[in-house]
Design a protein. Sequence first.
Length: 328
Amino acid sequence: MTTDRTPPPGAPLTGPVAVSVQEVRKRYGDRQAVDGISLDVQRGEFFGLLGPNGAGKTTLIEIVEGLRQADSGTVEVLGERPWPRNTALLPRIGVQTQASAFFVRQTAREHLATVAGLYRKDAAAADRTLETVALTEQRDVLVENLSGGQRQRLAIASALVHDPELIFLDEPTAALDPQARRDLWEVLRALKGEGRTIVYTTHHLDEAEALCDRVAILVAGRIAALDSPHRLVAAAGAPARLLVPAGRIGVAQAAALDGVDRVSEQGGSLVLETAAPGRVLQAVDALTGLDGVMTRTATLEDVYLELTGHHHGPDAGRTPAHTTESPA
Ligand SMILES: Nc1ncnc2c1ncn2[C@@H]1O[C@H](COP(=O)(O)OP(=O)(O)OP(=O)(O)O)[C@@H](O)[C@H]1O
Ligand SMILES: [Mg+2]
Protein backbone atom coordinates (compact mmCIF):
# COMPACT_ATOMS: atom_id res chain seq x y z
CA MET A 1 0.00 0.00 0.00
CA THR A 2 1.24 3.45 -0.74
CA THR A 3 0.24 6.46 1.23
CA ASP A 4 2.38 8.90 -0.63
CA ARG A 5 3.29 9.79 -4.18
CA THR A 6 5.41 6.71 -4.68
CA PRO A 7 4.09 4.77 -7.65
CA PRO A 8 2.69 1.41 -6.58
CA PRO A 9 4.77 -1.53 -7.74
CA GLY A 10 3.85 -2.74 -11.19
CA ALA A 11 1.85 0.34 -12.09
CA PRO A 12 4.07 3.36 -12.26
CA LEU A 13 2.31 6.67 -12.66
CA THR A 14 3.59 7.47 -16.09
CA GLY A 15 0.92 9.46 -17.88
CA PRO A 16 0.22 13.13 -17.65
CA VAL A 17 -1.32 14.22 -14.39
CA ALA A 18 -4.91 15.49 -14.31
CA VAL A 19 -5.06 16.35 -10.63
CA SER A 20 -2.17 16.98 -8.29
CA VAL A 21 -2.81 17.48 -4.61
CA GLN A 22 0.07 18.24 -2.28
CA GLU A 23 -0.10 18.43 1.49
CA VAL A 24 -3.58 19.89 1.50
CA ARG A 25 -5.14 20.81 4.83
CA LYS A 26 -8.51 22.23 5.80
CA ARG A 27 -9.81 22.90 9.28
CA TYR A 28 -13.31 23.83 10.41
CA GLY A 29 -13.13 25.19 13.95
CA ASP A 30 -11.36 22.50 15.91
CA ARG A 31 -12.11 19.81 13.32
CA GLN A 32 -9.22 19.00 10.98
CA ALA A 33 -11.34 17.82 8.03
CA VAL A 34 -8.39 17.33 5.65
CA ASP A 35 -5.10 16.65 7.38
CA GLY A 36 -2.23 16.74 4.92
CA ILE A 37 -3.35 14.88 1.82
CA SER A 38 -1.11 14.35 -1.21
CA LEU A 39 -2.15 12.42 -4.28
CA ASP A 40 -2.01 12.51 -8.06
CA VAL A 41 -4.68 11.44 -10.49
CA GLN A 42 -3.51 10.57 -13.99
CA ARG A 43 -5.33 11.66 -17.09
CA GLY A 44 -7.71 8.94 -18.14
CA GLU A 45 -7.74 7.44 -14.70
CA PHE A 46 -10.85 6.41 -12.78
CA PHE A 47 -9.97 7.41 -9.24
CA GLY A 48 -12.08 6.66 -6.16
CA LEU A 49 -12.14 8.47 -2.84
CA LEU A 50 -13.45 6.17 -0.15
CA GLY A 51 -13.88 6.54 3.57
CA PRO A 52 -16.41 6.79 6.38
CA ASN A 53 -18.85 9.66 6.85
CA GLY A 54 -16.88 12.70 7.87
CA ALA A 55 -13.55 11.37 6.57
CA GLY A 56 -13.03 14.51 4.47
CA LYS A 57 -13.89 13.25 0.98
CA THR A 58 -16.31 16.04 0.07
CA THR A 59 -14.06 18.69 1.59
CA LEU A 60 -11.11 17.42 -0.44
CA ILE A 61 -13.01 17.02 -3.69
CA GLU A 62 -14.56 20.50 -3.34
CA ILE A 63 -11.12 21.99 -2.75
CA VAL A 64 -9.93 20.30 -5.93
CA GLU A 65 -13.01 21.55 -7.79
CA GLY A 66 -12.25 25.09 -6.67
CA LEU A 67 -15.40 25.34 -4.56
CA ARG A 68 -13.51 25.64 -1.28
CA GLN A 69 -10.24 27.15 -0.29
CA ALA A 70 -7.64 24.98 1.37
CA ASP A 71 -5.91 26.32 4.48
CA SER A 72 -2.58 25.16 3.06
CA GLY A 73 -1.08 22.93 0.43
CA THR A 74 -1.24 23.14 -3.35
CA VAL A 75 -3.73 21.85 -5.88
CA GLU A 76 -3.35 21.70 -9.65
CA VAL A 77 -6.17 20.67 -11.95
CA LEU A 78 -5.31 20.18 -15.63
CA GLY A 79 -2.23 22.26 -14.99
CA GLU A 80 -4.16 25.16 -13.44
CA ARG A 81 -4.83 26.37 -9.92
CA PRO A 82 -8.54 25.95 -9.15
CA TRP A 83 -8.50 28.62 -6.40
CA PRO A 84 -9.22 31.54 -6.52
CA ARG A 85 -12.12 30.50 -8.72
CA ASN A 86 -10.58 29.76 -12.08
CA THR A 87 -13.10 30.34 -14.85
CA ALA A 88 -10.72 28.93 -17.47
CA LEU A 89 -11.17 25.53 -15.83
CA LEU A 90 -14.96 25.52 -15.73
CA PRO A 91 -15.63 24.29 -19.29
CA ARG A 92 -13.06 21.54 -18.82
CA ILE A 93 -14.41 20.06 -15.60
CA GLY A 94 -17.79 18.58 -14.73
CA VAL A 95 -18.94 18.76 -11.14
CA GLN A 96 -21.70 16.92 -9.35
CA THR A 97 -21.71 17.96 -5.72
CA GLN A 98 -23.10 15.91 -2.86
CA ALA A 99 -25.78 18.55 -2.25
CA SER A 100 -26.84 19.43 -5.77
CA ALA A 101 -28.74 22.60 -6.55
CA PHE A 102 -31.25 23.02 -9.36
CA PHE A 103 -33.00 25.86 -11.07
CA VAL A 104 -36.50 26.03 -9.61
CA ARG A 105 -39.75 25.75 -11.52
CA GLN A 106 -38.03 24.20 -14.50
CA THR A 107 -38.51 20.87 -16.14
CA ALA A 108 -35.64 18.42 -16.30
CA ARG A 109 -34.99 19.40 -19.91
CA GLU A 110 -35.23 23.14 -19.24
CA HIS A 111 -32.83 22.78 -16.35
CA LEU A 112 -30.30 20.87 -18.37
CA ALA A 113 -30.66 23.15 -21.39
CA THR A 114 -30.02 26.10 -19.07
CA VAL A 115 -26.87 24.44 -17.75
CA ALA A 116 -25.82 23.58 -21.30
CA GLY A 117 -26.37 27.22 -22.28
CA LEU A 118 -24.00 28.37 -19.54
CA TYR A 119 -21.32 26.40 -21.35
CA ARG A 120 -22.46 27.55 -24.80
CA LYS A 121 -23.81 24.14 -25.66
CA ASP A 122 -27.13 23.78 -27.45
CA ALA A 123 -30.36 22.07 -26.41
CA ALA A 124 -29.37 19.01 -28.43
CA ALA A 125 -26.50 18.45 -26.00
CA ALA A 126 -29.05 18.57 -23.18
CA ASP A 127 -31.26 16.03 -24.94
CA ARG A 128 -28.34 13.68 -25.59
CA THR A 129 -27.30 13.85 -21.97
CA LEU A 130 -30.85 13.24 -20.75
CA GLU A 131 -30.77 10.11 -22.88
CA THR A 132 -27.40 9.11 -21.40
CA VAL A 133 -28.78 9.16 -17.87
CA ALA A 134 -32.12 7.63 -18.95
CA LEU A 135 -34.24 10.68 -18.18
CA THR A 136 -35.74 11.22 -21.63
CA GLU A 137 -39.12 10.03 -20.39
CA GLN A 138 -38.99 12.55 -17.51
CA ARG A 139 -37.79 15.46 -19.64
CA ASP A 140 -40.98 17.48 -19.15
CA VAL A 141 -41.36 16.78 -15.44
CA LEU A 142 -40.66 19.69 -13.09
CA VAL A 143 -37.39 19.17 -11.25
CA GLU A 144 -39.13 19.31 -7.87
CA ASN A 145 -41.43 16.50 -8.97
CA LEU A 146 -38.65 14.13 -9.96
CA SER A 147 -37.97 11.22 -7.64
CA GLY A 148 -34.81 11.36 -5.55
CA GLY A 149 -32.93 9.05 -7.88
CA GLN A 150 -34.15 10.88 -10.97
CA ARG A 151 -32.97 14.18 -9.50
CA GLN A 152 -29.62 12.57 -8.80
CA ARG A 153 -29.42 11.49 -12.44
CA LEU A 154 -30.21 15.05 -13.48
CA ALA A 155 -27.37 16.27 -11.27
CA ILE A 156 -25.03 13.80 -12.96
CA ALA A 157 -26.30 14.95 -16.36
CA SER A 158 -25.54 18.54 -15.33
CA ALA A 159 -21.94 17.49 -14.73
CA LEU A 160 -21.67 15.79 -18.14
CA VAL A 161 -23.66 18.01 -20.50
CA HIS A 162 -20.71 20.14 -21.65
CA ASP A 163 -18.44 17.18 -22.42
CA PRO A 164 -15.82 17.90 -19.76
CA GLU A 165 -12.49 16.09 -19.85
CA LEU A 166 -12.32 15.78 -16.06
CA ILE A 167 -15.42 14.72 -14.14
CA PHE A 168 -15.98 14.94 -10.38
CA LEU A 169 -18.86 12.98 -8.92
CA ASP A 170 -19.55 13.00 -5.18
CA GLU A 171 -21.59 9.89 -4.33
CA PRO A 172 -23.34 9.81 -7.70
CA THR A 173 -24.98 6.47 -7.01
CA ALA A 174 -26.16 7.24 -3.48
CA ALA A 175 -29.87 7.52 -4.35
CA LEU A 176 -29.93 5.22 -7.35
CA ASP A 177 -31.83 1.96 -7.53
CA PRO A 178 -29.75 -1.12 -8.38
CA GLN A 179 -30.56 -1.01 -12.08
CA ALA A 180 -29.91 2.72 -12.36
CA ARG A 181 -26.66 2.19 -10.49
CA ARG A 182 -25.51 -0.45 -12.98
CA ASP A 183 -26.64 1.77 -15.86
CA LEU A 184 -24.53 4.60 -14.49
CA TRP A 185 -21.55 2.25 -14.24
CA GLU A 186 -21.85 1.71 -17.98
CA VAL A 187 -22.09 5.45 -18.62
CA LEU A 188 -18.98 6.03 -16.52
CA ARG A 189 -17.08 3.19 -18.18
CA ALA A 190 -17.92 4.67 -21.57
CA LEU A 191 -16.66 8.08 -20.43
CA LYS A 192 -13.44 6.51 -19.25
CA GLY A 193 -13.24 4.68 -22.58
CA GLU A 194 -13.27 8.07 -24.27
CA GLY A 195 -10.19 9.00 -22.28
CA ARG A 196 -11.88 11.18 -19.71
CA THR A 197 -10.67 11.35 -16.14
CA ILE A 198 -13.12 10.56 -13.37
CA VAL A 199 -12.70 11.35 -9.69
CA TYR A 200 -15.51 10.11 -7.58
CA THR A 201 -16.61 9.14 -4.12
CA THR A 202 -18.79 6.26 -3.11
CA HIS A 203 -19.73 4.17 -0.11
CA HIS A 204 -20.42 1.21 -2.40
CA LEU A 205 -17.20 -0.76 -2.23
CA ASP A 206 -18.31 -3.28 -4.83
CA GLU A 207 -18.72 -0.34 -7.14
CA ALA A 208 -15.26 1.05 -6.38
CA GLU A 209 -13.84 -2.39 -7.00
CA ALA A 210 -15.69 -2.67 -10.31
CA LEU A 211 -14.89 0.80 -11.62
CA CYS A 212 -11.79 2.35 -10.11
CA ASP A 213 -8.24 2.04 -11.38
CA ARG A 214 -7.07 3.23 -7.99
CA VAL A 215 -8.73 4.24 -4.76
CA ALA A 216 -7.63 6.32 -1.81
CA ILE A 217 -9.17 5.28 1.48
CA LEU A 218 -9.49 8.33 3.73
CA VAL A 219 -9.70 8.04 7.47
CA ALA A 220 -10.01 11.19 9.60
CA GLY A 221 -8.68 13.47 6.88
CA ARG A 222 -5.68 11.35 5.98
CA ILE A 223 -4.94 8.72 3.38
CA ALA A 224 -4.92 5.32 5.04
CA ALA A 225 -4.28 3.46 1.78
CA LEU A 226 -3.89 4.26 -1.89
CA ASP A 227 -3.58 1.68 -4.62
CA SER A 228 -5.58 -0.37 -7.09
CA PRO A 229 -8.40 -2.32 -5.45
CA HIS A 230 -6.74 -5.53 -6.58
CA ARG A 231 -3.41 -4.74 -4.96
CA LEU A 232 -5.05 -3.49 -1.78
CA VAL A 233 -6.95 -6.74 -1.43
CA ALA A 234 -3.90 -8.85 -2.26
CA ALA A 235 -1.67 -6.93 0.15
CA ALA A 236 -4.16 -7.18 2.99
CA GLY A 237 -3.84 -10.96 2.96
CA ALA A 238 -7.33 -11.30 4.39
CA PRO A 239 -8.34 -14.92 4.91
CA ALA A 240 -10.60 -16.80 2.55
CA ARG A 241 -13.82 -18.12 4.06
CA LEU A 242 -15.36 -21.48 3.35
CA LEU A 243 -19.05 -21.72 4.09
CA VAL A 244 -20.18 -25.23 4.90
CA PRO A 245 -23.92 -25.81 5.35
CA ALA A 246 -24.69 -26.16 9.07
CA GLY A 247 -24.93 -29.68 10.42
CA ARG A 248 -22.49 -31.23 7.96
CA ILE A 249 -19.51 -31.06 10.28
CA GLY A 250 -19.13 -30.02 13.90
CA VAL A 251 -17.41 -26.83 15.07
CA ALA A 252 -14.67 -28.73 16.90
CA GLN A 253 -14.18 -31.03 13.94
CA ALA A 254 -13.86 -28.05 11.58
CA ALA A 255 -11.47 -26.23 13.91
CA ALA A 256 -9.23 -29.32 14.00
CA LEU A 257 -8.84 -29.39 10.19
CA ASP A 258 -5.36 -28.67 8.89
CA GLY A 259 -5.21 -25.05 7.69
CA VAL A 260 -8.32 -23.77 9.47
CA ASP A 261 -7.54 -20.66 11.52
CA ARG A 262 -10.93 -19.88 12.90
CA VAL A 263 -14.49 -21.23 12.90
CA SER A 264 -17.78 -19.47 13.49
CA GLU A 265 -21.47 -20.04 12.80
CA GLN A 266 -23.31 -17.56 10.61
CA GLY A 267 -26.73 -17.64 9.02
CA GLY A 268 -27.03 -21.39 8.56
CA SER A 269 -23.39 -21.94 7.67
CA LEU A 270 -20.25 -22.95 9.43
CA VAL A 271 -17.62 -20.40 8.42
CA LEU A 272 -14.06 -21.66 8.18
CA GLU A 273 -11.40 -18.96 7.85
CA THR A 274 -8.19 -20.02 6.25
CA ALA A 275 -5.10 -18.79 4.48
CA ALA A 276 -4.93 -22.17 2.69
CA PRO A 277 -8.34 -22.61 1.06
CA GLY A 278 -7.16 -25.38 -1.27
CA ARG A 279 -5.98 -27.57 1.58
CA VAL A 280 -9.12 -26.93 3.64
CA LEU A 281 -11.37 -27.63 0.67
CA GLN A 282 -9.69 -30.98 0.22
CA ALA A 283 -10.17 -31.81 3.87
CA VAL A 284 -13.84 -30.77 3.79
CA ASP A 285 -14.32 -32.76 0.60
CA ALA A 286 -12.92 -35.87 2.28
CA LEU A 287 -15.25 -35.40 5.28
CA THR A 288 -18.58 -34.42 3.77
CA GLY A 289 -18.19 -33.68 0.06
CA LEU A 290 -18.35 -30.21 -1.46
CA ASP A 291 -22.03 -29.98 -2.35
CA GLY A 292 -23.36 -26.63 -1.17
CA VAL A 293 -19.95 -25.50 0.08
CA MET A 294 -19.15 -21.90 -0.90
CA THR A 295 -15.89 -20.01 -0.89
CA ARG A 296 -15.67 -16.30 -0.25
CA THR A 297 -12.50 -14.48 -1.11
CA ALA A 298 -11.47 -11.18 0.43
CA THR A 299 -12.82 -8.00 -1.13
CA LEU A 300 -12.11 -4.31 -0.99
CA GLU A 301 -14.80 -4.11 1.66
CA ASP A 302 -12.72 -6.33 3.95
CA VAL A 303 -9.71 -4.05 3.45
CA TYR A 304 -11.84 -0.98 4.01
CA LEU A 305 -13.42 -2.28 7.21
CA GLU A 306 -10.03 -3.26 8.52
CA LEU A 307 -8.58 0.19 7.82
CA THR A 308 -11.51 2.20 9.02
CA GLY A 309 -11.86 0.32 12.25
CA HIS A 310 -15.38 -0.92 11.77
CA HIS A 311 -14.38 -4.50 11.34
CA HIS A 312 -16.28 -6.49 13.89
CA GLY A 313 -14.90 -9.83 12.83
CA PRO A 314 -16.79 -12.85 11.64
CA ASP A 315 -18.12 -13.55 15.11
CA ALA A 316 -20.18 -10.39 15.06
CA GLY A 317 -22.54 -12.11 12.66
CA ARG A 318 -21.94 -9.72 9.80
CA THR A 319 -20.40 -10.91 6.63
CA PRO A 320 -19.32 -8.25 4.18
CA ALA A 321 -22.25 -7.72 1.89
CA HIS A 322 -20.28 -7.82 -1.33
CA THR A 323 -18.00 -10.78 -0.97
CA THR A 324 -17.54 -12.64 -4.18
CA GLU A 325 -19.07 -16.04 -3.92
CA SER A 326 -18.37 -18.97 -6.08
CA PRO A 327 -19.28 -22.58 -5.71
CA ALA A 328 -16.39 -24.52 -4.23
N1 LIG B 1 -18.79 23.78 5.99
C1 LIG B 1 -18.41 23.08 7.08
N2 LIG B 1 -18.34 23.65 8.28
C2 LIG B 1 -17.92 22.97 9.37
N3 LIG B 1 -17.56 21.68 9.35
C3 LIG B 1 -17.62 21.04 8.17
C4 LIG B 1 -18.05 21.70 6.98
N4 LIG B 1 -17.99 20.81 5.97
C5 LIG B 1 -17.57 19.66 6.50
N5 LIG B 1 -17.33 19.78 7.83
C6 LIG B 1 -16.81 18.74 8.72
O1 LIG B 1 -15.61 18.25 8.15
C7 LIG B 1 -15.54 16.84 8.27
C8 LIG B 1 -15.40 16.22 6.91
O2 LIG B 1 -16.63 16.39 6.20
P1 LIG B 1 -16.82 15.92 4.71
O3 LIG B 1 -18.14 16.40 4.26
O4 LIG B 1 -15.64 16.31 3.92
O5 LIG B 1 -16.82 14.33 4.89
P2 LIG B 1 -17.16 13.18 3.84
O6 LIG B 1 -16.00 12.25 3.87
O7 LIG B 1 -17.56 13.75 2.55
O8 LIG B 1 -18.40 12.45 4.54
P3 LIG B 1 -19.72 11.75 3.88
O9 LIG B 1 -19.31 10.35 3.55
O10 LIG B 1 -20.70 11.76 5.01
O11 LIG B 1 -20.15 12.56 2.71
C9 LIG B 1 -16.80 16.42 9.02
O12 LIG B 1 -16.46 16.30 10.37
C10 LIG B 1 -17.75 17.58 8.81
O13 LIG B 1 -18.62 17.70 9.89
MG1 LIG C 1 -19.23 13.71 1.45
